[in-house]
Every structure is written in structure tokens, then in C-alpha cells.
Design a protein around this ligand. Structure first.
Ligand SMILES: Cc1cc2nc3c(=O)[nH]c(=O)nc-3n(C[C@H](O)[C@H](O)[C@H](O)COP(=O)(O)OP(=O)(O)OC[C@H]3O[C@@H](n4cnc5c(N)ncnc54)[C@H](O)[C@@H]3O)c2cc1C
Length: 434
């Protein structure tokens, strides 16, 4: 029987372990936290999964959350820097998205995998421990996320775009909102002030409160929305968020007014320095380990790709490892194969961090008038390879729009329409949609 040690019971580790158990491998799952400790832990990100990844988890029997709210649409409001909504895109997702509290998910995953025959070992694995795991297993896969083993997998300078964080982050989970008064919030809402802040309002299944909303803020460092640094509790963060919304996104103020945190300890702040690392590390003994998930491909969460990508990587490697020949070269070659498609998640994340190119603004303007264009745009969250080439290339974008009946003159007309809307809102101070 083939044997694998998976280090880290997070998104990549749970999914990979479930897939390899199903394929008949003997799995040792090493987790620094027990299921109970996961449930008691504090900070955890939003981690919204999109359609294909939701389906894959379901196919692996990891989807035991029947009451969790699914999102069928994304509604984007693009604000001007004087608090007006310039443009909205409201389009369906091809398949529902699902965001479940990772503490609950990973706690259940640990218990479920133990019940299916995995050997669960609790305790924080050190770099030194990896060697004894490698001596007793055919393969060791390190899926410890972004915070540990930072130097084990060498940074790949050719594939890493940044050396500093491009956003500061704040997340809080809330309940107490009124969906009848704010029906747009039944699905995912994005509210962006370009160059200043992106706020994501995501239907969420919280381990304490059940159906709730996870609000994730991405602020441009040093800008007027970068104000969560001194926050120490969920309530403090929510108060800062209310101030920010009043100043910059007034359309969301009434939604936010009645909410309260699901728990004082359920929130996070921080920043991510995106990086791509070598997928295989050679230990002092000469044995090697494979890295998956954030440990190797770490993106800013702006395009919600981290957990989706961890799932894609786990799925990809689970489908290939049956042919593993025990060499580092084989693992490196499979990573290159993965990267052919996987790199599009990085390009998409990078595309959302920088100011939009003109052709991307044209696509967005067209999407505000044609939901089918919006649907193709949103499909990028599920499968970023579908954005290629049209999201990244001006000529391809023109062709993409033309095939959907949107010509250059239409784009010009829509642009003038947006300018007229903004002017009208400036003159009449019409409230933005909530
Ligand atoms: C604010 C924010 C919002 C986000 N929103 C989204 C989103 O909407 N959609 C999305 O796809 N992604 C999102 N992400 C990213 C996503 O959460 C991560 O990319 C994803 O969880 C990575 O999966 P992973 O398996 O690599 O690591 P993790 O899920 O972090 O799992 C790693 C696990 O390893 C364990 N571990 C760590 N060290 C050790 C050790 N030494 N020994 C044993 N175990 C160890 C930890 O307990 C941890 O649970 C967000 C991230 C942030 C910061």
C-alpha cells in the first residue's frame, strides 16, 4: 500500500488526504491542532470557495453543511472617491459559491478522515520532524499554510511579483442584519473604491452563529482606508469599519447599522506578501518533501484564490500521484504541469491588485449592461484560466466583447452613460443602492 504523510490539516491537507484515502493510500495526517482546538481558535479567513471547488469537496464527502448559505450571484458597486456609485455589475455565478468557517470545516475534516482510516497525529511538526516522516513514508506533503516553514521552500524570484504586501487586511463575521431590507446581500456583494479599498460582503456559515456575513476589507497601504492597525477586538474593528463605510461607501451604512460580531474573538487583521516558491524541498538527509497550498503558492486574498487554489493543487496532485516514482524530479515536473493552468490564479490576483487597464474597464462597463459578460467575468473566480486571453489582452478583450454583440461604439456609449450617471448623482446627490 502506498503511504503519504500530510503535514497540516487545512484546506490543501484535508482535501488531499481525503482524495488519497479514496485512492487507497495509507495516510498519516499531522495537525498542530486537534478538532477541539480548531473550534476554539480565533482568527480564520473568509475562504469562499467557488463552484468547481465546492463540487470537488462534495464529491469527496467533505460537504456536510446543508444549511450553509450558497451565493448565486456577485453584485459589484464601483464607487467614486466622492462616495457615489459610478457603476454596478449584477451577474450570476455559473455554479453556487460557498464560504464555511475553516475552524468548523477542518475540525470536522480531521474527525471524518480519522473515521475513514487516516492516522491523525497531533502536534506542531518541525522542519527536523520532516526527515523522520520522509524515512517512514513514500511521500511527505507539507501543507502548513503561509505562516510556518517560510524558508523551507525557496522563493522563486522569477514567479514572485512582490516583495511587500499590496493590501492591509481586516475581516470580521457579523450577524443581526436585515436581508428583507437589503435583498442584494443574499448573495456576494463587492464594494470597491479604486485605488483606496475593496470590501467583500460574503454569505458565510460561522461556527458559532451559523448563517452570517463575513466582511473582508482590503485597504491600499498608507491610504485613507488603511486604519485597522490598532484594532484589538471584533467590536473595535466593526466600529472602524462603520466609520469607513460612512465616509466612503454610504450605500452600505444601513446594512451595517444593526449588525454585531458573531464573537469577539472571530476577526483578523494582517497583510500577505504574495510569493511563489519551489514546490520541492530537499532535506539535510537528501530526502525530499512536496509543498502544496499557501506554503508554495501564496496570493493576496483580493481575488479569493488561496483556498480555491489549495483545492485545485490538491486535486491535481491527487489525480497524478498514482504514477509517482519516488523522485523529486517527478514532483517538480508535475508542478510545472500544474503551473501551466495554476499560474492564471496568480495573474488574476495580480490583475486585481493593480489599477485596471483600459480594456479591463471596458469589459467592466460592458458587464454593467450585459449580465452574460458579467457572468464570464465572475467565472474567473471559479476558474481563472477562462479569463485568458481576453482579461489580459486589449485586442482579445475587443474580440471577446464583439462576439457578445458589444462593439467599440457601444463601449463608448456605455462609458458616456456612466459619466452621465455620475454627473446626475453629483448634481442630485442620489443615494447609492444598499
Ligand atoms: C483575509 C483573508 C481572506 C481570505 N479569503 C479567501 C477566500 O474568500 N477564498 C479563498 O479561496 N481563499 C481565501 N483566503 C486564503 C485561504 O484562506 C488560504 O489560501 C487557504 O486556507 C490556504 O490553504 P492551505 O491548506 O495552504 O493552508 P491553511 O488552510 O492555512 O492550512 C494550514 C494548516 O496547517 C496547520 N499547521 C501550520 N503549521 C503546522 C505545523 N508546524 N505542524 C502541523 N500543522 C501545522 C495549521 O493549523 C493550518 O490549519 C483568504 C485569506 C485571508 C488572509
Amino acid at each position: 500500500m502506498r503511504s503519504v504523510a500530510v503535514v497540516g490539516a487545512g484546506q490543501a491537507g484535508i482535501v488531499l488526504s481525503a482524495a488519497l484515502l479514496r485512492a487507497g493510500w495509507r495516510v498519516t495526517l499531522c495537525s498542530d491542532l486537534t478538532a477541539e482546538q480548531y473550534l476554539e481558535s480565533g482568527e480564520r479567513p473568509t475562504a469562499c470557495l467557488f463552484g468547481d471547488q465546492v463540487e470537488y469537496e462534495a464529491a469527496l464527502g467533505l460537504d456536510d453543511f446543508p444549511d450553509a448559505p450558497r451565493a448565486d450571484r456577485i453584485r459589484l458597486d464601483l464607487y467614486t472617491d466622492d462616495r457615489l456609485v459610478a457603476l454596478s455589475v449584477d451577474a450570476p455565478l455559473r455554479k453556487p459559491a460557498l464560504a464555511v468557517d475553516q475552524r468548523l470545516k477542518f475540525a470536522r475534516g480531521l474527525r471524518e478522515l480519522a473515521a475513514r482510516g487516516a492516522t491523525v497525529v497531533t502536534g506542531s511538526v518541525t522542519e527536523g520532524d520532516l526527515d523522520s516522516l520522509a524515512a517512514t513514508h513514500e511521500l511527505v506533503v507539507v501543507t502548513v499554510g503561509r505562516k510556518t516553514f517560510g524558508s523551507l521552500f525557496a522563493r522563486d524570484p522569477a514567479r514572485s511579483v512582490h516583495t511587500s504586501a499590496q493590501r492591509t487586511l481586516f475581516t470580521v463575521n457579523v450577524r443581526g442584519y436585515d436581508l428583507d431590507a437589503h435583498p442584494r446581500h443574499r448573495d456576494i456583494v463587492f464594494t470597491f473604491v479604486p485605488g483606496v479599498v475593496e470590501v467583500f460582503w460574503v454569505p458565510f456559515w460561522d461556527k458559532d452563529a451559523g448563517a452570517s456575513r463575513s466582511i473582508a476589507v482590503e485597504a491600499v497601504p498608507g491610504g485613507p482606508a488603511d486604519r485597522f492597525g490598532a484594532v484589538t477586538t471584533a467590536s473595535e474593528g466593526l466600529a472602524v469599519l462603520r466609520g469607513l463605510v460612512d465616509e466612503m461607501l454610504p450605500g452600505q451604512a444601513s446594512f451595517l447599522a444593526p449588525v454585531r460580531p458573531t464573537r469577539e474573538t472571530t476577526w483578523l487583521k494582517g497583510a500577505v506578501v504574495p510569493a511563489v516558491r519551489e514546490p520541492v524541498a530537499v532535506l539535510p538527509s537528501g530526502r525530499h518533501v512536496l509543498g502544496l497550498g499557501d506554503a508554495v503558492v501564496l496570493n493576496d486574498p483580493i481575488a479569493a484564490q488561496g483556498a480555491n487554489n489549495a483545492t485545485r493543487m490538491a486535486r491535481f496532485f491527487a489525480s497524478r500521484l498514482g504514477d509517482y516514482d519516488g523522485t523529486a524530479a517527478w514532483l517538480r515536473a508535475r508542478f510545472e504541469e500544474f503551473w501551466e493552468v495554476g499560474r492564471h490564479a496568480n495573474d488574476f490576483s495580480e490583475g486585481m491588485l493593480v489599477p485596471m487597464a483600459r480594456h479591463q474597464r471596458d469589459v467592466l462597463v460592458a458587464a454593467s449592461r450585459h449580465p452574460e459578460v458579467g457572468e464570464r467575468l465572475w467565472e474567473g473566480f471559479n476558474d481563472p484560466s477562462t479569463l485568458v486571453p481576453w482579461f489580459f489582452d486589449a485586442a482579445a478583450a475587443r474580440e471577446f466583447l464583439a462576439r457578445r454583440g458589444v462593439g467599440r461604439w457601444d463601449v463608448l456609449r456605455y462609458r458616456l452613460g456612466v459619466a452621465g450617471t455620475v454627473l446626475g448623482r453629483r448634481v442630485f446627490r442620489r443615494p447609492a443602492p444598499a
